[in-house]
Design a protein around this ligand. Structure first.
Ligand code: ARG
Length: 466
């Protein structure tokens, strides 16, 4: 049965059925119930301490709301689309439960500051879970990097074999991306954690409210400074989604590399069977679906960012109903980030490096050519000349189908008589990676130090991996 609208006083006909379905948000904003109830209890307690509500009224309201929360959690609560949204479903139910006192809950507030409060509280808690998950993925990466500190693989530029690197170093590059994502999201948390409650519809309220009291009870660190801005601002959500999009871009880049590395052409790693799928027709297939799905899901999160940006673009101050459209993109962003991070954290420890294959690939492609040029520079040849000489050596090696370290010394000396027996030390893969022994370099010793430093950063975080 269609319920009487809580705002129905000035209306003479009931809402069109289509309009009702069109405007209802309860289908998705029900998930704000905990925050909505916490916000209402804080608001009512404040009204009571300001003598706007009596003790008795407040107690009834608080107990009623606690009961409603239990009803929702036990699946006993009856959601009703004709009450539009989470706020009115709860308020109408409260009044049914406790009578007259329920009708006083909405004193001195509006759904406009109520919804702004709910989403901020919700996003704040979700940010904390996501930060924990990011740290979890980082921990898995750092552990794998420490194990693979000595493993040599080709490093690429332009997707062409460039110089040998260590697999641990590559994994720590991924960790750096996530480290910045963590910092960005952590930093935006403080702009999320700001209380709009008390801004009411747009102009504030004529009751003598205590905004600090509600903010403290709800764990807000700050209080918004302008009521018009507070009810209309959603840039905290846009900012979060922008950081989330970048995080997804990073997960997508990692995914792309996993797809490449598990392909026949590379064959560098094995992903656990438990995170791959087979083909319904080709019995030999083992597909890296987690990586592919994550790469694909990057699209929906960046799409959510576009949706939120455009949602805000044409809005005059203050609250407009457009803002109801913020929830689905935001929830979808949170859900997508959460599941991707969980799967990554679980999958990474099962990554097995095929060390021989990586090494074999690194030894092809003349990846120590830069080392030979650097060697000549150490023998007093200007770098540009050294580059030219090594270019010729590589040309010879290509023509003869030889690796650099297999060219005999007498032949090498035809290109430059500065080359001596010790050249073979720099032409080996180990020689090449070990030589890059400085902060941020790929030498195994540096990778071990970097992994230890990264573990320390993770251990010192305020919001740790669970
Ligand atoms: N469901 C609305 C939203 O998500 C709540 C605020 C509605 N306010 C209003 N004046 N109709 O934004």
């Amino acid at each position: 049965m269609k319920q009487k609208k809580l705002w129905g006083g000035r209306f003479s006909t009931s809402t069109n059925d289509l309009m009702e379905a069109y405007s209802a948000s309860i289908g998705f904003d029900w998930r704000l119930y905990k925050q909505d109830i916490a916000g209402s209890i804080a608001h009512a307690r404040m009204l009571c301490s300001q003598k706007v509500l009596t003790e008795d009224e407040f107690n009834k309201i608080e107990n009623g709301l606690i009961e409603i929360r239990e009803d929702i959690e036990q699946g006993r609560f009856e959601w009703d689309e004709s009450y539009e949204d989470i706020h009115m479903n709860i308020e109408a139910n409260l009044t049914k439960k406790i009578g007259e006192a329920g009708k006083k809950l909405h004193t001195g507030r509006s759904r406009n500051d109520q919804i702004a409060t709910d989403i901020r509280l919700y996003l704040r808690d979700e940010i904390d879970s996501l930060l924990r998950l990011i740290s979890g993925v980082q921990r898995a990466l750092v552990e794998l990097a420490a194990r693979e500190a000595d493993t040599i693989m080709p490093g690429y530029t332009h997707m062409q074999s460039a110089q040998p690197v260590t697999f641990g170093h590559h994994l720590l590059a991924w960790n750096e991306m996530l480290d910045r994502d963590y910092d960005r999201i952590f930093e935006c948390r403080k702009r999320v954690n700001c209380s709009p409650l008390g801004s009411a519809a747009l102009a504030g309220t004529s009751y003598e409210i205590n905004r600090k009291m509600t903010a403290d009870e709800l764990g807000f660190e700050e209080i918004t400074r302008n009521s018009l801005d507070a009810v209309s601002d959603r840039d905290f959500a846009i900012e979060f989604t922008a950081h989330g999009s970048l995080l997804m871009v990073h997960l997508s880049r990692m995914s792309e590399e996993m797809v490449l590395w598990t392909s026949d052409g590379f064959d560098f790693v094995d992903l656990g069977d438990d995170f791959c799928t087979g083909s319904s027709i080709m019995p030999q297939k083992k597909n890296p679906d987690v990586a592919e799905l994550t790469r694909g899901k990057c699209g929906r999160v960046t799409g959510n960012l576009m949706a939120l940006l455009v949602l805000m673009k044409g809005q005059p101050l203050a609250y407009n109903r457009d803002n109801q459209e913020d929830k689905e993109p935001l929830f979808d962003t949170i859900d997508t980030l959460s599941i991707c991070l969980q799967v990554f954290e679980a999958m990474i420890p099962g990554i097995v490096a095929k060390r021989d294959k990586m090494r074999e690939a690194a030894s092809k492609g003349y990846s120590t050519a830069t080392d030979l040029a650097d060697y000549l520079v150490r023998k007093s040849i200007p770098f540009r000349d050294a580059h030219e000489i090594v270019g010729k050596v590589v040309g010879h090696a290509v023509a003869q189908n030889l690796q650099l370290e297999n060219i005999p010394l007498t032949k090498l000396r035809e290109f430059s008589d500065a080359i001596e027996e010790d050249v073979y030390d720099v032409l080996t893969l180990e020689g090449s990676v070990n030589a890059r022994d400085h902060l941020g370099g790929t030498a195994p010793g540096q990778v071990k130090l970097a992994a230890a430093a990264a573990s320390k950063i993770l251990a010192a975080r305020m919001i740790k991996a669970s």
